[in-house]
Design a protein around this ligand. Structure first.
Ligand code: DGJ
Length: 740
């Protein structure tokens, strides 16, 4: 049993693999949060109410908190009585007031996990993988009900949470904030980790001490954004990769979000996460319900590494879906940074041919193949082939690439419209806009109002026709600007603030239709680099473009912090040219490859211009990657040395049976006269001995490579010595295979 209901105490106990999450219905019906952390037994849980009773009494579980609600650790707090902290639910009642007083109504425990209609969510493949608790809270005056939905997964310390708000009253209400989760943790002094950045510097790790007051990250851009990610972790101060308590919160959502932590005057930390209440409201007629997105919470008492492992396992196997979920991803060649808009069919075939010679498996034709697109100032929406560039058409090109021995992939940007396009000239009102206001163009484009059925259907029809005509094995779904002038011609004034969420729901609907219609196609999400690298899109597309910045040293950091939540199989990572187009930095091909190999691997360079020596090196890299691909994409991942704290970065992957491993080490700056560096490995079997092949990522056939045989115990407890690195070649990789 993963969930127990101790009825006489009104206690719910959610039991993870080694963690407990405990709630209690207080005598007056409020739902209190008693514990989330290391595992507890069912007995004595009622005693935990004394942890928040400042005048501790023998039976504090019976105390009436009605007049002192800001002393009560709430689960899903509301506004209007004596809890003055920010709420998880805020609404405007028919009488204009904002008061909601939620008290327990009933509950049920279900096997497995029900889906969330229209929203991405973790799923189960059989009912015995999980148990779900639904607790219904009710405001007796208005008959607004909130269903809190929790799922606990077997062999995991992850819990998913969402909320459903139903109007059982006779009058309409306006939701002003409807968050996925709220909880009061009876503790403060946490450090908080968030992932923030910008284009080209996505998901940088930010870490600082949480003080009294609040800290929040959010998006108001209509996408999860380059700037902040829908993720927070609270950690014990000083918590490392392997030690200390961590509470992770990740939202399965791609639109405007909020993640907030607030420390109050009694040292309680309130955590809130969900759709950003800013510029949001939702009109609920009697009988209607609103389902929030899902948040996935992970507890680890063994540091950040274990939190990440839990996220990786769950997201890889029960968030991502479809045929490609468990399939190794093809080594691809993408022409974007090789040609930008300047290509023709002959050039594309030349690059594809070179890719094939090196062992690549898929060629991806990026932006510029449609309308009359020679730069980013036209043609989005005109999804027909640019005949001057590709006179024989897309089908002929795709078949040509197939003949070279590679599969063919295609880029498109379905949510956008260029003012210079046939589509815009025909339907100038199809974009998101507010009548009479200037339409802000970003990257010379506007956003289609995909909440309108006719717009959605038009775009899907065009894409489906292309995909049915040409042999397409892969799609890169790009989205290159945030949403502005939020207004929909199809919504009445009182529903305009629903647009951002409706947009996100419509995008999910389109992704669902397309991916279900073409189950064999591998889809990769992209958003001007990594502006939509979130758990929402990963439900439909098993990988996403991590960042337009492919400089390996920059990528060390970006991939390191992205890996807090997402596994390598979800991170698109390509070898760029040198000097890099974003940073101008020159790096060794081996370094670029070693870092890109730590994800869904590919090349984004003009391979047809490479020298024979370089091509030989690329071929060795590809061959080597194919040997470690399943380890990287489906093994357990361990971060070893942080590029945020040192001048180098290192991580490793271990197969589930611990018989194979791959270690990547990369030095950003070479010190003169450096000390010896050792890496303490993780995740190995201490009782096995491993044959270690050292290479420099040209493949392990490098002359410098040598074999060692060492025990897992020594490698983990004492460490592996990093060889002295010289010149531009500041990368080393090791492949470990257990001796029989
Ligand atoms: C932004 C993406 O991140 C790039 O990889 C590329 O596809 C361009 N868009 C094309 O416009």
């Amino acid at each position: 049993m993963l969930i127990s209901h101790i009825q006489d105490k009104g206690i719910y106990h959610l039991k993870g693999q080694s963690a407990s999450y405990v709630l209690k219905v207080m005598p007056q019906g409020h739902l209190a949060h008693l514990h989330w952390g290391k595992a507890l037994k069912d007995e004595d849980l009622d005693y935990l109410t004394s942890h928040f009773d400042r005048e501790y009494r023998d039976d504090s579980s019976q105390k009436d908190y009605t007049s002192k609600r800001d002393e009560l650790p709430f689960e899903y707090p509301t506004y209007g009585q004596s809890d003055f902290r920010p709420p998880a639910l805020e609404l405007r009642n028919a009488d204009g007031s904002s008061i909601v007083d939620l008290r327990f109504k009933n509950s049920r425990i279900l096997p497995g996990k029900p889906g969330l209609e229209g929203l991405p969510a973790i799923y189960t493949e059989s009912d015995d993988e999980a148990e779900t608790l639904e607790i219904i809270l009710k405001d007796s005056l208005t008959s607004i009900e909130v269903t809190l939905i929790y799922t606990v997964f077997r062999n995991s310390n992850a819990i998913s949470r969402s909320s459903k708000i139903t109007n059982h009253g006779k009058e309409p209400v306006q939701l002003e904030a409807a968050l996925s989760l709220g909880m009061d943790i009876q503790q403060s002094g946490f450090e908080i980790i968030s992932l923030s950045g910008s284009w080209g510097r996505e998901r940088r790790l930010d870490r600082h001490r949480l003080q009294a007051g609040s800290f929040q990250v959010d998006s108001t851009r209509g996408e999860s954004s380059h700037q902040q990610s829908p993720f927070l972790a609270l950690t014990e101060p000083g918590c490392s990769e392997t030690t200390g308590s961590v509470y992770g919160f990740s939202l399965v959502y791609s639109g405007n979000f909020l993640a907030r932590a607030e420390v109050d005057s009694f040292s309680t930390t309130r955590v809130l996460m969900g759709i950003n209440p800013f510029d949001f409201s939702w009109h609920l007629e009697p009988g209607e319900a609103f389902q929030t997105p899902e948040a996935v919470m992970v507890y680890s008492c063994n540091g950040l590494g274990e939190m990440s492992l839990q996220y990786h396992r769950l997201y890889r196997s029960r968030l991502a879906k479809g045929l490609w979920r468990d399939k190794e991803r093809p080594v691809l060649v993408n022409n974007w940074e090789a040609t930008y808009f300047d290509f023709d069919a002959a050039k594309i075939l030349e690059i594809a041919r070179a890719g094939r010679q090196a062992g690549a498996e898929l060629f991806v034709l990026d932006d510029g193949w449609f309308g009359h697109r020679d730069s980013d100032n036209s043609s989005l929406g005109d999804w027909f082939v640019y005949r001057e560039k590709l006179p024989e058409g897309l089908k002929a090109l795709a078949e040509g690439v197939n003949k070279e021995g590679l599969q063919f992939g295609l880029w498109f940007e379905p949510e956008m419209i260029s003012p210079d396009s046939e589509l815009y000239r025909e339907h100038p009102d199809w974009c998101i806009h507010v009548k009479g206001r200037e339409r802000t163009e970003i990257r010379n484009q506007l956003v289609l109002d995909i909440t309108r059925q006719e717009v959605r259907e038009h775009v899907l029809e065009k894409l489906i026709a292309i995909m049915e005509d040409a042999p397409i094995s892969y799609i890169k779904w790009d989205m290159n600007r945030p949403l502005t002038e939020m207004g929909s011609a199809a919504l009445p004034p009182e529903r305009q603030r629903e647009l951002a969420h409706r947009y996100c729901l419509s995008m999910y609907k389109m992704m669902d239709i397309l991916t279900s219609r073409f189950p064999e196609v591998l889809f990769e999400s992209c958003s001007g680099g990594g502006a939509r690298f979130d758990a929402g899109v990963m439900h439909y597309m098993p990988q996403a473009w991590t960042s337009d910045n492919m400089d390996p040293y920059e990528r060390l950091r970006i991939q390191w912090s992205t890996s807090l939540v997402f596994p390598a199989s979800m991170m698109g990572a390509h070898v760029c040219s040198s000097p890099n187009h974003s940073t101008d930095r020159r790096t060794a091909l081996a370094t670029r490859a070693a870092v890109a190999m730590s994800g869904a691997f590919g090349y984004e360079v003009d391979l047809s211009s490479f020298s024979p020596e370089e091509m030989k090196e690329v071929a060795l890299q590809v061959a080597f990657f194919k040997e470690i691909r399943s380890l990287v994409q489906f093994g357990d991942f361990y971060r070893l040395r942080s590029p945020y704290e040192t001048s180098d970065g290192s991580w490793m992957y271990v197969s589930p049976d611990k018989k194979e491993a791959f270690v990547m080490y990369c030095k950003v700056t070479n010190l003169p006269n450096p000390p010896v560096s050792t890496l303490k490995l993780s995740g190995l079997n201490p009782n096995l001995r491993y044959r270690i092949r050292e290479g420099f990522s040209q493949g392990l056939t490098s002359e410098k490579g040598k074999d060692l045989v060492l025990g897992g115990e020594l490698l983990q407890n004492a460490g592996l010595t990093v060889p002295r690195l010289h010149g531009q070649l500041l990368t080393v990789v090791w492949r470990l295979i257990a001796e029989a």
